[in-house]
Design a protein around this ligand. Structure first.
Ligand code: ADP
Length: 208
């Protein structure tokens, strides 16, 4: 069975960067709702037009929109080695919808990794990214809104996932490589646990 991972953290915590490394290293599929929405805008679709203003202000689009995008991707990537959810879920309703969507397909969230970062560092990172990439929602006003939404809505997912025993925290202030190493350790532990479970299963079956 695959390993499904939620990468969790405030905007600019480095989720996208780490997700891309995991895609390269482990053949997991990155599902970034932010990237999907930006692609819809670039393609000029109805959806893209609908979300443009909301995104530029830094507000969240509706749960229905992002849940539908995720379900589409789960279905068009059947047999994948696993998924990395990046920037999704962002509300408790999205987390519940994700659990249901995965359960329907005989999957589940295996692990949630929180990239812990301090806010001042985020502001500095975002100013740099705004200069480099010119993403409209990286301007200081929109970024404040995004950070506020994270604190109001998204942070509530931490108790949701820790109650399920799925949450691990990683220091997101370390450099990119160090963060990647910490994430690898969490995933390897997870895979190890899965192997032990499988061995336990055979041992019970054959009485060894
Ligand atoms: P960030 O750098 O904040 O992680 P993203 O690329 O994930 O940015 O998202 C960019 C914007 O797309 C968000 O500010 C929001 O408007 C919209 N968006 C992305 N994912 C979601 C989601 N899961 N729920 C609601 N809105 C979302």
């Amino acid at each position: 069975m695959g390993l499904n991972l939620v990468l969790f953290g405030p905007p600019a915590a480095g989720k996208g960067t780490q997700a891309k490394r995991l895609v390269a290293e482990r053949g997991l599929i990155q599902l970034s709702t932010g990237d999907m929405l930006r692609a819809a805008r670039a393609a000029g679709t109805e959806l893209g037009k609908k979300v443009a203003g909301i995104m530029d202000r830094g507000d969240l689009v509706t749960d229905e929109i992002v849940v539908a995008l995720i379900e589409e991707q789960l279905d068009s990537n059947k047999g994948a080695a696993g998924f990395i959810f990046d920037g999704f879920p962002r509300t408790v309703a999205q987390a519940e919808a994700l659990d249901a969507a995965l359960a329907k397909r005989d999957m589940k969230v295996d692990s949630v990794i929180r990239l812990k970062v301090d806010e001042e560092a985020l502001v500095a990172r975002i100013i740099k990214r705004f200069e480099e990439e010119g993403r409209k929602d990286d301007n200081p006003d929109a970024f404040k809104v995004r950070l506020g939404n994270y604190q109001k809505q998204t942070a509530r997912l931490l108790p949701y996932y820790s109650a399920q025993g799925k949450l691990t925290e990683v220091d997101g202030m370390a450099n990119e490589e160090t963060v990647a190493v910490s994430i690898r350790k969490v995933l390897d532990r997870q895979n190890g646990a899965k192997d032990v479970m499988k061995k336990g299963f055979w041992a019970r079956l054959f009485g060894k």
